[in-house]
Structures are given as structure tokens and as C-alpha cells.
Ligand binder design. Sequence first.
Ligand code: 5GP
Ligand code: ZN
Length: 136
Amino acid sequence: MTDSDCIFCQIVAGELPATRVAEDERTVAFMDISPATRGHTLVIPRTHVEDLAAIGPEDLAACAHMAQRVAARQREVLGADGVNLLNACGQAAWQTVFHFHIHVIPRYEGDPLRLPWTPAPGDPDEIRAAGEELAG
Ligand code: 5GP
Ligand code: ZN
């Protein structure tokens, strides 16, 4: 169910700090530490599962539903003009954390993001502020 070496399992357990924006029985949504744009959020299942190939249909559906909820919040409260959903499955597809996650990336008209982005640590106060807006 959990992998003690997995940083996302540690976030689910509350052992590693993260700005959580929403959660339900199966999923947790929290701010990405190296955001591609303001409000970049990750949606994960509570249960440890490596990737898209391994996740069960109920957890996959729950993550998709949570991603839809977060995307709506990004439009409503952050003023996003659009949203990209992204999943990396496998190293060749840029996966770096091997606990399934969906990137929910708000897009703003004319923003400079080009995918794939080069992750760089964001300003923690600014990430928290965006997360608090999203959490409401
Ligand atoms: P991947 O490259 O596997 O698709 O995405 C992993 C994401 O997790 C990256 O965007 C990275 O910034 C984010 N990430 C890595 N470590 C942490 C962490 O400790 N906390 C949070 N909130 N995000 C993290
Ligand atoms: Zn995990």
C-alpha cells in the first residue's frame, strides 16, 4: 500500500511537508515543488503504485476526477485560461518520481511555458500562496 522510500507516500502520510490543495478517499492533490507555471499541482493516489501501467481502474478514475476538480479551481481562482494534463510513464517519458501522478498545469494566455519544461525549484512562499488560493 505504501513504500517508505517513496517521497509521495511520505507526503500522503504527512511525513514530508507539502501544500495540499484537495483530497478525497482515494487521492491527494498538492503543489509541485518546481512549478512549470503558477498553480502547478500534482494529483496522486493514496496507494503506492508505480505508474500508468500499474494503477488500478478505480484509482485511475479517482485521479482523473480530482484532476478535473483542480483544473476547474485553477480557472476559477487563479484565472488560468487553459490547463494541460500530463502523465509521465517510464524514464524515457521523463518520469522521475515512481508513484503515479497527473500534472495539472494551469496555462495563461501568452505564458512562456514550452513542454517539456526544465524543472527549477520555485519560491516556497509563492507556491504556498498559490496553493492556499486553490484550496480556498
Ligand atoms: P515526473 O518528472 O515524475 O513526471 O514529475 C515529478 C514531479 O514531482 C516534478 O514536477 C517535481 O518537481 C515534483 N517533485 C519532486 N519532489 C517533490 C517534493 O518533494 N515535493 C513536491 N511537492 N513535489 C516534488
Ligand atoms: Zn509512493
